[in-house]
Design a protein around this ligand. Structure first.
Ligand SMILES: Cc1cc2nc3c(=O)[nH]c(=O)nc-3n(C[C@H](O)[C@H](O)[C@H](O)COP(=O)(O)OP(=O)(O)OC[C@H]3O[C@@H](n4cnc5c(N)ncnc54)[C@H](O)[C@@H]3O)c2cc1C
Length: 510
């Protein structure tokens, strides 16, 4: 007889294969063998005998058993982050109102892992210690840690095509992690993928959407003033500018709008003056800073008084302001010295050691079908409901990319609650229709009232120019200099970055 006692299993876990590590934020692994319909939804269960056929056991699970539907947000800056946080904080908890309601998965797509605090972009090029990279580039992912427990995924990539017919977006993915995250989504959505949706290149994936929010914003002409792809492109452009600025003798800024005025003012304030107030004094060999406004005065979009004050402050700093001259051509590296030749609309040209073009922005809408864009390439969304009606159901546009926007953050945060309420209504309407595919529940659907956006018509714009001052208009009133400093100029509101990245709220308060 063996005296050996059975080994205790207390404290030991039976050996088993570990689960493969999940690389996304999803906490509920959906599983189905269902093939999604082109609109991202699933085949509805057939009614018993309704079409004369005997009822077949449906292969398509509904409710909690079904694959989640993708709510896709393109862009992760002011508008995209506000919508994403709102969805995970409020929208998702107000869904699932019917027994057959689907589950949802939020997918956020952005070519950059960081958002750029372009509010501070006019000061950032001057020197690396004025607006530090850590403040100017805010990582997106940590802002979502508080949403662990919800089903969402961040994908680094650019949308290159939008098909409103198949209700899919084509994504050009950046890096292995993005490929892994995206392929997990697509694998889960279908065990037998549609051959037309399979691309030969793993970096390019086609993702179906149930709802889509276009928040791809705009890009400035200069690499320094906005993101152009991943954030390290902008970091590189700023570093290159910083490396050359101290040796530069002549700097040319072009653009008479807020960015041009602010940039010229910031360069003059911090490069041509030293010391602390009240002992601030002009340096012995100041740099020549020339500003071409292209119009008859500074800040043509604001009251004349604001423009006149801006010009007086710039001239007080020694900036050479020249009106009615536009830049016709910029020839970078035209000789071996690395200088830039700026060819002007009056036929003359000027050679600059550094050139900064503040000549406006263009919407990031190249992937949007032409019939959904207006003449200036902004997305033609309904200015009240924010829906892109021509794109089919549950497609919205918000922020700089949308035609309603005047390209300021005020127009983002005013519209986000409207977009999100209408998205919630549309998703609830879909849930209700799922419960009664043959009609009915009209009252429930009609009770979902649209939210309508009413744009504020008052002008609010702040342009820090000098060390402690600047010009601006706040709710249609000309702002005194100290207010410009307090409201914006002292730190370009970088202290509010967590409001934007973690809470999804406005850097200017409500
Ligand atoms: C120099 C400068 C200074 C400014 N200062 C102020 C100010 O002081 N006050 C103010 O109110 N406004 C200011 N603005 C305007 C303000 O920055 C914009 O209104 C705001 O950034 C708009 O936010 P958005 O989220 O709509 O777009 P954006 O901030 O432009 O963000 C767009 C997002 O979409 C992503 N994206 C781009 N293309 C794609 C694609 N194909 N697929 C997926 N994602 C994509 C980008 O990576 C980014 O995440 C300034 C703008 C500039 C350029």
């Amino acid at each position: 007889m063996s005296s050996q006692r059975p080994r205790s299993r207390i404290g030991k876990v039976p050996r088993q294969q570990p689960d493969p590590p999940s690389d996304d934020f999803q906490v509920m692994a959906g599983f189905t063998n269902a093939v999604p319909l082109p609109d991202g939804s699933y085949e509805k269960p057939t009614a018993n005998g309704a079409s004369g056929h005997t009822r077949q056991p449906s292969r398509t699970p509904t409710g909690l058993g079904a694959e989640p539907l993708n709510i896709v947000i393109l862009g992760a800056s002011f508008a995209g982050l506000a919508c994403a946080h709102h969805f995970l904080d409020h929208t998702i908890t107000n869904l699932h109102k019917t027994p057959t309601a689907p589950r949802y998965r939020l997918v956020i797509v952005s070519p950059s892992t960081h958002m750029y605090w372009n509010i501070g972009a006019p000061r950032a090029p001057v020197a690396s210690d004025l607006i530090k990279h850590d403040d100017a580039f805010i990582p997106i992912e940590p802002g979502f840690h508080r949403h662990r427990g919800h089903q969402f995924t961040l994908i680094q990539g650019s949308c290159t095509a939008l098909s409103t017919e198949t209700r899919t977006v084509t994504l050009e993915l950046i890096g292995h992690q993005a490929q892994k995250r995206c392929s997990q989504l697509i694998k889960r959505a279908s065990s037998a993928p549609d051959p037309s949706a399979v691309t030969p290149d793993a970096k390019v994936q086609i993702l179906p959407y149930h709802a889509l929010i276009l928040a791809t914003g705009s890009a400035a002409h200069s690499d320094l003033l906005s993101l152009h792809g991943p954030h390290y492109n902008t970091v590189g452009a700023l570093n290159a500018f910083h490396a050359r600025v101290s040796a530069a003798k002549r700097l040319v800024v072009c653009g008479g709008g807020p960015s041009g005025i602010e940039t010229a003012g910031q360069l003059a304030t911090f490069l041509n003056y030293t010391g602390r107030w009240p002992f601030r004094k002009r340096v012995k060999v100041p740099k020549q800073i020339i500003l071409f406004t292209g119009s008859a005065r500074c800040l043509p979009g604001l009251k004349g008084e604001v423009g006149r004050k801006a010009e007086a402050q710039l001239k007080g700093l020694g900036v050479d302001v020249r009106h009615n001259v536009r830049v016709a051509e910029v020839r970078g590296g035209f000789d071996l010295t690395g200088q830039t030749e700026v060819v002007l609309s009056d036929g003359t040209s000027v050679v600059a050691d550094l050139y900064l073009g503040c000549t406006g922005v263009e919407p990031n809408s190249g992937f949007v079908p032409a019939r959904l864009r207006d003449g200036k390439w902004y997305v033609r969304s309904h200015s009240g409901t924010m829906r892109v009606d021509l794109a089919g159901e549950r497609v919205y546009a918000v922020g700089d990319v949308a035609a309603y926007s005047r390209n300021c953050v005020g127009d983002v945060y005013g519209a986000v609650p409207v977009v999100m309420q209408n998205l919630l209504n549309d998703l609830l309407g879909y849930e209700v229709r799922l419960t009664s595919p043959y009609g009915g529940n009209r009252e429930a659907i009609e009770g979902l009232e649209d939210e309508v956006y009413v744009q504020r018509r008052v002008d609010s714009m702040l342009c820090p120019v000098t060390r402690f001052g600047g010009v601006g208009s706040w709710k249609d009133r000309v702002t005194p200099k100290p207010f410009v400093y307090l409201l914006k100029g002292h730190d370009y509101r970088v202290c509010k970055k967590n409001l934007v990245a973690v809470n999804g709220t406005s850097p200017y308060g409500s």
